[in-house]
Design a protein around this ligand. Sequence first.
Ligand SMILES: [Zn+2]
Length: 427
Amino acid sequence: MPTAQQTAFDKERRRQLGRLATITTATRERVLSALRTAQDVIRRRLAANASAFTQAQSAAALAGVRGALTRFERDGDAAWQQGVGQAFSAGGDLIEKPLQAGGIGIVSTVQRVDSRQLAAMRAFLTGRIKDISSEAARAIETQLALVIAGAQAPQDAINNIEQILGGNARGRAITITRTELGRAYALASYERMIAARQLVPGLRKQWRRSGKLKSRIQHDLVDGQIRDVDQSFDVGGEKLRFPRDPNASAVNTINCGCTMLPHMVKWDVATPGRKRFTPEEVAARPERGELNELIQRQDIKRFVAKPSIHPVAIGALDLVLRTRIGTQSHDVLLSSATLAKQSAHHPEIDVDDYAVVDALIATGEVYQIEPQVYAVYGRAKGKLYKAVVKLTKSGKANYLVSLRRANQSELRRDTRKGVRVQRMLEG
Ligand SMILES: [Zn+2]
């Protein structure tokens, strides 16, 4: 793709990937707002009768409760039906809109499939909102029966009812919104890819992990996996056509935030392989660190073999170092321009050398040598290296601008002239 089309493709792909979260948030808020409205009505109904709770008053209160829950069912279902339709439509757009933006309009001729599986999801959602509502109704009835029997104070019953609606019912509504909308999104992407694969030779699919701190370890491991459109991903011993596949087990799908991306070998995308873990993700689960080293090595190798317009992350700054040097991004990036300059001036620096940059940053001595420019000295494989990292003016990105072997006298000079922001960790 020419650069202008590549830029348009990237921009549209990013935009499309953000849509599911927006749709999910809006839908969740609508469902929760319907639940809160029901909760308010129920609270008022019960409070009005709290002083003298007779059988007759209880029956009247219960009728009010049922009415409020029926409205919740209706409004909640309407929100879900709209949300699932929007998610389905966005999931299809993820496949074809970036291609159209990139000047490949061929997919737009694909007929939108009327999905039987979407119809099944819609029916499922209607069933779930009825479940939530009738379960709440039963729990409220039990509470009121206890009051009438004199086994519970009215105020305690009111508090318990608040907890039922604000706790269990709310939690289920949130989980179902996230899981089912995500399911519809991925299903639509899948169906659209099946329909498009004849028109787009070489089209495949790739699993992308969610980036949640507490993700499933199996989903972290499957990140980056590429499959033919009609082949399944291997996810912790189970075959999934796409994340949240309705045919897969609940344990492998509920609350999953992973994505399925269309993939073509020739596309120049920001994350062609696996997605690196951020320092915060590694801190949340240290075994990710080892995986990160592997991912980083693959990334660097790929980038050196085939430079991309998207810079590659070759190191990460932890929160302490980020705060000290005043940057917003944890990635230290290598651009293809720097790589070309490096191969001209420092041909001795190869993939293995770039692969140590992350360790240098984590354990090396860091000096500020100019505004926004930092020299990192560190030892790896018995050699002393100097890496220079430059922050962009906005403080939103950090680039490696040079990497080479260094000697002690250089280090001594920067020790005298620079401002130390990190001490070398020895041993
Ligand atoms: Zn997942």
